[in-house]
Design a protein around this ligand. Structure first.
Ligand SMILES: Nc1ncnc2c1ncn2[C@@H]1O[C@H](COP(=O)(O)OP(=O)(O)OP(=O)(O)O)[C@@H](O)[C@H]1O
Ligand SMILES: [Mg+2]
Length: 509
């Protein structure tokens, strides 16, 4: 019996962008079905149609044997369909419990929200699936990984039978990913039907029964995961073989570009997120920062880029003190580039077009404006160059609104913007989150190219393979301090793993 049948679905945006083309997809009741494909292949769009966010241009949907017209997410929820979205849909200033209950609150006498009941119900769910969050914390104060768990709890709270996970692991750390995959297997045991979108083969092999592949908006077949090898799946997705990119760890200048000395940075008013942290990075060197999420990684990025005040200590770039300089001065006078962790919050202005997004940090460059007059043509040309080089799809020559790009293509635009600008030092935070395997290969090549251009690079990533492939040197963080350092050939998965595991018993939030 099929829980879901999507038949001949087409979705055309603005009369010209064909996101889905005559796709037919069947998902069996009680299976875990992976949906795969390159960035922009149409995965999120297809699932948004199932969840009632978009009405398809053509096609029909059959849920549990009955044709349904899913005109809104409310209708989808009624039909027992839940979706964990690729990008969070949370209200920052509300506490976690309220975010989860919003729209499905337990209300007494039509006006009193029964907070206690809601919190109790949520605690039961959290214990059952080992999916813990601080229900009373405000969303703005919690980590990316925890926000993801909040989104999952939202769906579980609404008791969905059919659950769609749109790249749920892209924002999680390896340990959290294992936890989530276990949750997904438990949900299957409970009889739920699950669709999971992910770019990671290992995850698919761990949990999925079958996998369907989309390519450039078209359906390319459904495969039995146990009977199919990785090469077949990636070939169907990307259409070519892939090579692993690796740092040869050769040329490193002696010139120290970044000098961080004994800095203390607060996580929030009570806790120090970074304690007495020091790090020097030379020109042409990539220093990887590894560790379990929430152990000071964000604070390193925030301190270097000027997003957070430093309590004590100093940061020098090319021997000039930038400790208390504004973000703008760091970009302009000290040639900073920054790929932020949260692309939608800190990387893009979502409701403007790509051209405006490209000139965000350096609109007052003489290249882009003179005497207050903006040279739109120059910005447009630069945008088109980046779009082409970094293969940003459906960009409409830069006139597309940033929000309309698929998640991975938004990421490619940011990486393109940051790596194309003149720079002395680059802070890179999770550069390939949510990218397809072909794009990861490409971005890794670009980061290594930046090394050969003698830039000083700090690479913060939760993806161990990324750290191992790209770093000249790796620091492992725990509770805001460095607990280990590996150089060159010492950098192996085993050694890093050991250091990280030994830190797990320690006391962090
Ligand atoms: N609201 C929209 N308006 C215009 N175009 C859109 C809109 N939503 C999606 N698209 C386009 O449709 C195509 C498919 O996007 P979709 O988000 O479904 O891709 P995806 O497979 O989920 O990719 P990713 O892995 O990067 O998340 C993209 O090229 C995107 O630019
Ligand atoms: Mg998507």
């Amino acid at each position: 019996m099929n829980a879901i049948e999507m038949k001949n679905i087409s979705m055309i945006f603005n009369k010209k962008i064909v996101a889905n083309k005559d796709i037919s997809l069947s998902v069996k009741k009680g299976e875990i079905h992976a949906l795969m494909g390159e960035n922009g292949a149409g995965k999120s769009t297809l699932m948004s149609i199932l969840f009632g966010i978009y009405q398809p241009t053509k096609g029909k949907i059959i849920i549990n044997g009955k044709e349904e017209y899913i005109y809104s997410p409310i209708q989808a929820t009624k039909l027992g369909i839940g979706m964990v979205h690729q990008h969070f849909k949370l209200i920052d200033i509300f506490p976690v419990w309220k975010n989860i209950a919003l729209g499905a609150e337990d209300v007494g006498l039509k006006q009193f929200i029964r907070k206690k009941t809601i919190v109790n119900d949520l605690t039961t769910i959290m214990n059952k699936y080992n999916l813990h969050v601080d229900l009373l914390a405000k969303v703005k104060d919690i980590s990316v990984g925890m926000k993801q768990r909040v989104e999952i709890l939202k769906v579980l709270y609404r008791k969905a039978d059919i659950m769609v996970f749109d790249e749920p692991t892209a924002v999680l750390t390896p340990i959290e990913i294992d936890g989530l995959l276990k949750v997904i297997l438990d949900l299957k045991k409970d009889g739920k039907t699950i669709i999971i979108i992910t770019h990671k083969m290992a995850e698919i092999q761990k949990v999925a029964d079958r996998a369907s592949i989309l390519r450039l908006g078209e359906f390319k077949g459904t495969y039995d995961v146990k009977k199919t090898n990785i090469e077949t799946l990636s070939m169907a997705m990307v259409g070519r073989d892939l090579v692993e990119v690796k740092n040869d760890r050769k040329v490193i200048d002696h010139n120290e570009v970044i000098q961080i000395k004994n800095i203390n940075v607060r996580k929030h008013h009570k806790i120090l997120g970074l304690k007495n942290f020091s790090l020097n990075v030379r020109a042409g060197e990539i220093v990887g920062i590894a560790g379990v999420e929430g152990n000071g990684q964000s604070e390193i990025a925030e301190a270097l880029t000027g997003m957070k005040k430093i309590e004590s200590g100093t940061i020098h770039i090319n021997n000039k003190d930038i400790t208390h300089l504004s973000i703008k001065k760091r970009y302009k006078d000290h040639k900073m580039c920054f790929i932020p962790e949260d692309r939608q919050k800190f990387g893009l202005v979502l409701d403007t077009n790509l051209i405006d997004n490209i000139a965000l940090q350096n609109i007052d460059d003489t290249k882009y404006s003179k005497n207050g007059i903006i040279n739109r043509l120059a910005i447009q040309k630069e945008t088109q160059k980046i779009i082409k080089e970094f293969d940003v799809r459906n960009a409409s020559s830069g006139f597309a609104i940033a929000r309309s790009l698929s998640g991975g293509n938004q990421q490619k635009l940011i990486v393109g913007r940051e790596l194309s600008r003149q720079s002395d030092f680059i802070v890179i935070f999770q550069p390939t989150r949510g990218l397809d395997i072909g794009s990861i290969e490409f971005i890794h090549t670009q980061i290594l190219k930046a090394k050969t251009e003698n830039k000083a690079i700090i690479l913060i990533s939760y993806e161990l393979s990324e750290i191992i492939q790209l770093s000249d040197r790796v620091l492992v963080l725990n509770a805001g301090s460095v607990i280990g350092e590996l150089v060159g050939d010492q950098i192996t998965r085993e050694k890093l793993g050991k250091m990280m595991v030994s830190s797990l018993g320690a006391d962090h939030e």
